[in-house]
Ligand binder design. Structure first.
Ligand code: HEM
Length: 132
């Protein structure tokens, strides 16, 4: 990713952290389970825990964008945990769509095509790291 893309992502993420994480999580999981009802049974924890997980997940992506190679072991272990949750490669696109939809709605009028492209790139890099 370019340094501009990384900067855009970090700024927009900081903005979104102003939104209550439970609300953000609610929007994300409601969207995901509305679009992909079959995924719901994979999630065993409470809504609150899932909301925290969502924020944790985005934080992880955003903080390590420029040095994913340094955390390859951690990503490998996270990918293995995901396999044990029953996550398959085809699910990454579904989660990515719901995630970007949530961020877009959270950003409201500050959202634009450049931000969308940067977030799509960011999520696909992370997915690539998880699946490799
Ligand atoms: C780049 C993509 C993703 C990242 C960075 C990510 C990150 C995380 C993190 C940090 C956790 C907390 C527990 C742990 O570390 O094992 C987690 C749990 C979980 N993730 Fe993901 N995740 C991603 C994609 C997905 C996808 C595609 C699915 C498929 C539906 C998924 C389903 C789950 C489930 C089921 C849990 C366990 C939570 C529960 O039982 O409620 N994740 N994820």
């Amino acid at each position: 990713m370019t340094s501009r893309e990384i900067k855009l992502i970090r700024q927009s993420w900081q903005n979104l952290l102003g939104v209550d994480s439970t609300l953000l999580g609610d929007v994300f999981y409601s969207r995901l389970f509305f679009e992909e009802p079959d995924l719901e049974k994979m999630f065993k924890t409470t809504k609150e825990q899932q909301a925290r997980k969502l924020v944790e997940m985005i934080d992880l992506i955003v903080s390590r964008l420029d040095r994913l190679h340094e955390v390859s072991q951690e990503i490998k272990e996270m990918a293995e945990r995901h396999q044990s949750y029953g996550v398959k490669p085809k699910h990454y696109g579904m989660v990515g769509k719901a995630l970007i939809w949530t961020i877009k709605n959270g950003m409201g009028k500050d959202w634009n095509q450049e931000l969308e492209d940067a977030w799509i790139k960011c999520y696909s890099i992370m997915t690539g790291a998880m699946l490799s």
